[in-house]
Design a protein around this ligand. Structure first.
Ligand code: SF4
Ligand code: SF4
Length: 329
């Protein structure tokens, strides 16, 4: 795989600083039942990296010490971690909202038949990848058979109340482009998704999040091999919108890898760009120190968050709150 980090480090991206921490995003490991082309963590069924039980037990203590309101679980397929359910239960007991970044296909894997019901019982918010509402595009990006399994997963979730009007169970979907282009308008695309999924499959969901592809890891390597890296970077830079700086997720989220190391975001984690503060490097450091006001480590891939309508784990940023933004001189 071709590495893009050397091409990203020299940057003129604006300096930004952290606001109040409200989300702990934890990558439980790289094991996944899929191996998608665009995956920025290069997850697959053959990865063995998994967070230890010792670190899992540290998470509720950090949530409490920092008064963090949201625990955002990623992977790989986070549900494949042996302590996934244990962690969810502990966080919910603390009154913390839990987000599961679910690939949908895991819901129909052998051994995971009770997963959807578990998520519903614990009112876990689901953010699920569905890169298109057509079989052809989804199977091209995520592998043959993925679309049918995803639809089946969505139906299972709807039957439990997820995404259904009047229910408190939230089901949000994620779209990312097939290639080196920016996502279309999130509002318009959400309307298309809602119409197509309901008319063709009777499926409902809450919101669609559109995400830009980051020029790193597997997708970055594909860009390099096709000679599209520099044109794509130029597109991201030409589409820079300073309004989006107020909503980039690193302002109030910290990302944790499976070893407990801290990063300003999941993308920096995959680029091994550790947090700049030498005193806050590991999950355990958050038991005694806080990160408010700390400088965020930026590089050229950050233009992926600020291009056009903006991009974050919660989708487009154009309506994002301006609170928490601190630009350094
Ligand atoms: S489902 Fe998600 S984590 Fe798994 S390979 Fe695909 S993009 Fe990566
Ligand atoms: S890539 Fe990460 S550090 Fe850069 S702006 Fe986006 S969230 Fe912040």
């Amino acid at each position: 795989m071709l590495d893009t980090i050397q091409l990203l480090e020299q940057t003129n991206f604006p300096s930004i600083r952290r606001g109040l921490l409200n989300t702990l995003q934890v990558n439980l490991g790289y094991l996944c039942n899929q191996s998608c082309v665009h995956c920025h963590v290069s997850a697959s069924p053959y990865r063995t990296e998994m967070m230890s039980r010792e670190l899992i037990d540290l998470i509720p203590k950090v949530l409490s010490a920092q008064e963090i309101k949201i625990l955002d679980l990623t992977g790989g397929a986070p549900e494949m971690h042996q302590d996934f359910r244990y962690l969810v239960q502990m966080a919910r007991q603390e009154g913390v909202k839990v987000i599961d970044r679910c690939n949908l296909t895991i819901l129909s894997e052998p051994g995971y038949e009770s997963l959807a019901e578990f998520l519903a019982i614990h009112e876990v918010e689901i953010v699920a990848s569905l890169p298109c509402y057509s079989l052809e595009n989804v199977d091209k990006q995520r592998g043959k058979g993925t679309f049918d399994k995803s639809i089946s997963g969505l139906k299972t979730l709807n039957a439990l109340g997820y995404g259904v009007a009047g229910s408190n169970l939230t089901l949000n979907l994620v779209y990312n482009p097939q290639g080196a282009s920016l996502p279309p308008n999130q509002v318009t695309l959400e309307q298309d998704y809602k119409r197509e999924l309901f008319e063709n499959f009777g499926i409902e969901f809450n919101q669609l999040f559109t995400l830009a592809n980051m020029p790193i890891q597997r997708f970055g390597s594909v860009l390099l091999s096709k000679g599209q890296f520099h044109p794509y970077m130029q597109l991201l830079k030409d589409s820079f919108s300073s309004d989006n700086l107020a909503g980039v997720m690193c302002l109030n989220t910290v990302s944790v890898d499976w070893l407990g190391n801290l990063y300003d975001c999941d993308f920096n984690q995959q680029l091994s760009m550790a947090i700049s503060d030498p005193h806050i490097k590991h999950l355990r450091d958050l038991l005694t120190r806080n990160m408010d006001g700390a400088a965020i480590r930026v590089a050229d891939h950050c233009y992926g968050c600020t291009a056009g309508q903006g991009s974050s784990c919660g989708g487009a940023l154009t309506e994002a709150s301006k609170s928490g933004l601190k630009l350094t001189s």
